[in-house]
Design a protein around this ligand. Structure first.
Ligand SMILES: [Mg+2]
Length: 404
């Protein structure tokens, strides 16, 4: 059995390695407690455990054991004062039908584990021949992704953020795209999770920051001054030098820090609010603003929301999409807007697609929106044309860095 903890990297990145190590010890203990003395359990790296069951059983017995282990791991843990809950995905390969030797059995249990992960985590799978091909595809994609930045295959697209009353552009969000030499344009949903799991996200996120700084300076020189919001990962935040890195890039490219905004998801921020607070304060001291992304999907502490140095709340698209038709979603949007106002934060609605949604948001007093109704994300040159075609933009210098 190949066991991989779900979202272990996230815990490690957000709560620190000490907590991660404590978690691994607790997991090892729980696994051993649920096995027979004749079974072997080993940690073979990172958050991966392998169990060797030397007494042959019926497949049903393995399935029941996998379920028992997952249930044992899912019980809440208390580590260094943190309440943590962790899930696991399990892959099972049987001798001799799934492999005659150690290498083949391990490889196939690993492939089954990945199948369990992509089936939605917290589940187990038995090995099937078709899984090897999938695992190889994944490995290939990982190698290609590692080279993507160096090969110039990554591109930034930009999506405008618009004042809901008056329609002025108040900023742009930089969104990464991968132009794969064979597969064409790959969307973030198809490679960001892989980048996060493999740690490539650190390098990739840094490339995005650098490119946004370069582009910002380039536009400012040509009379287009606008704020660019950049999505930052837990890994970059965890590196501990995000603020210094941004200051360094701003100096190197001559970017005005006030032209930059950092977007972090609510769940990343709230996973460790004490730790992010110092970084946010430093960023704001430099003039960079801070936005809470996907707001409403995580678990925010209102106390931290009030105390943390923040500038913007971005209402998650899942609430915006039905806000004008569903009473519950509408009420949530109204409440987030009121919360933002009470805390002195700007609010941006994500995923605005229809005029009716925009009208609802205006009626709530939401100051800004972003979505297909205004523009889809576009490459730099196209968004520049789009910006210059906006009313009042005949004098390009007129575009101001407006706070929504
Ligand atoms: Mg974002």
């Amino acid at each position: 059995m190949f066991i991989d903890l779900d979202r272990f990297k996230h815990i490690n990145d957000s709560l620190g390695h000490d907590v991660g190590d404590g978690l691994l010890q607790e997991v090892a203990g729980r696994l051993s407690n649920n096995l027979r003395a004749s079974d072997t359990v080993a940690r073979i790296g990172g958050d991966e455990f392998v169990i060797l069951l030397s007494h042959a059983d019926e497949p049903e017995a393995y399935a029941a054991l996998a379920q028992k282990l997952m249930t044992a791991l899912a019980e809440p843990m208390r580590i260094a004062g943190h309440a943590i809950q962790v899930g696991a995905s399990v892959g099972i390969a049987c001798f001799p039908e799934d492999g005659a030797g150690v290498v083949a059995l391990m490889k196939h249990a690993d492939a089954a584990m990945y199948a369990a992960k992509s089936a939605g985590r917290g589940t187990y799978r038995f090995f099937q021949a078709a899984m090897t091909e999938k695992a190889e595809q994944r490995l290939r994609l990982e190698m290609e992704l590692r080279r993507a930045a160096k090969n110039g295959e990554l591109k930034l697209f930009y999506q405008p953020r618009v004042a809901l009353v008056g329609g002025t552009v108040v900023g742009l969000e930089a969104l990464v795209r991968w132009r794969h030499p064979q597969h064409g344009l790959v969307l973030p949903a198809d490679f960001i999770p892989l980048a996060e799991e493999t740690g490539i996200i650190g390098e990739l996120g840094d490339w995005v920051l650098e490119e946004a700084c370069r582009q910002s300076r380039d536009w400012r020189l040509r009379g287009l001054a606008t704020r660019i919001a950049v999505n930052v990962s837990a890994k970059q935040l965890q590196s501990g030098n995000l603020a210094e890195r941004i200051a360094e890039l701003a100096r190197q490219y001559g970017t005005a820090p006030a032209d930059l905004e950092i977007e972090l998801t609510e769940s990343v921020i709230m996973a460790n609010p004490e730790q992010v607070s110092g970084t946010f304060a430093e960023l704001r001291r430099q003039g960079v603003s801070v936005a809470v992304d996907d707001f409403g999907t995580g678990y925010s502490s209102l106390a931290y929301l009030r105390r943390l140095p923040l500038d913007v709340l971005k209402i998650d698209r899942s609430f915006v999409s039905n806000a004008d038709r569903d009473e519950g979603d509408g009420e949530i949007v109204r409440t987030i807007v009121a919360l933002g106002q009470a805390l002195g934060l700007s609010v941006v609605a994500e995923g605005v697609e229809t005029e009716s949604q925009a009208a609802f948001l205006r009626a709530c007093g939401c100051p800004a929106g972003q979505g297909y109704l205004y523009s889809r994300p576009q490459p730099a040159a196209a968004i520049e044309d789009w910006l210059r075609a906006q009313p009042g933009m005949d004098n390009p210098g007129a575009m101001k860095c407006v706070t929504a």
